[in-house]
Design a protein around this ligand. Structure first.
Ligand code: DC
Length: 222
């Protein structure tokens, strides 16, 4: 039987990963955070001392690179050449480098099959920017999850501070706006809703309400 695939796309900080993870747990689906894959490629770029804007050099880092996903107690872990880098990819530096390098077609091609294979083998909720448009165009449910830039910056700022990463609201808002622009204006696989996407705005609802709404939306549409 064809697995159930749910695509959740949206800008950074809309709560995609927290909401998708909670919904997957409730529904018994595998949760796939595709941003982690782009972040892992970016971490490798930074580790190699390559500028994220040097396209040929970034492409070169893909040679002999292994990016794999694993699931430990239902939680996704990402491996860079066998090393678990799941926490190391969460810094603002990696965020920005992922936004830049994910605009390179070779990077997207490099990660495409991995994402497709997981979805062909598992009932899953996959979140990213181009899941409904490119990776899983046949997904049974497509959700576009969004919130205002200010709300997203506020949430991301809180998250970073909780992790001990020093930052300010203004700095995070600037990053959010810059990444939104990059992600939605790039030529390849830009962030956008499809015609079938159900738009969910979480600006004025809290996390639990957002999770409940997404679960309800999925259940009503599969
Ligand atoms: O969701 P995130 O913030 O972890 O994603 C990091 C970057 O990766 C984001 O700026 C855009 C890119 N990305 C992408 O281009 N396509 C995806 N499917 C997921 C993420």
């Amino acid at each position: 039987m064809k697995p159930i695939n749910v695509a959740i796309d949206g800008p950074s900080g809309a709560g995609k990963s927290t909401i998708a993870r909670a919904a997957s747990e409730k529904l018994g689906y595998v949760y796939v955070d595709t941003g982690a894959l782009y972040r892992t490629v970016a971490l490798n770029v930074l580790r190699n001392g390559v500028s994220d804007k040097d396209v040929p050099a970034v492409i070169k880092t893909l040679e002999n690179l292994s990016v794999k996903l694993g699931f430990v107690d239902g939680a996704q872990h990402v491996y860079l050449n066998g090393e678990d880098v799941s926490s190391l990819i969460r810094t603002p530096e990696v965020s920005m480098a992922a936004s830049t390098t994910s605009a390179i077609p070779e990077v997207r091609k490099f990660l495409f099959n991995l994402q497709r294979e997981i979805a062909q083998e598992n009932n899953c909720i996959m979140d990213g920017r181009d899941i409904g448009t490119v990776v899983l165009p046949d997904a049974q449910v497509k959700i576009f999850l969004t919130a205002s830039p200010e709300k997203r910056a506020e949430r991301r700022c809180k998250e970073l501070i909780e992790k001990g990463i020093e930052t300010t609201f203004e700095e995070v808002l600037k990053d959010v706006i810059e990444r939104d622009y990059n992600d939605s204006h790039r030529e390849i696989a830009p962030l956008k809703a499809t015609e079938e996407s159900i738009i969910v705005d979480t600006s004025d609802i809290d996390l639990q309400q957002s999770i409940d709404l997404i679960i309800k939306t999925i259940q009503e549409n599969i």
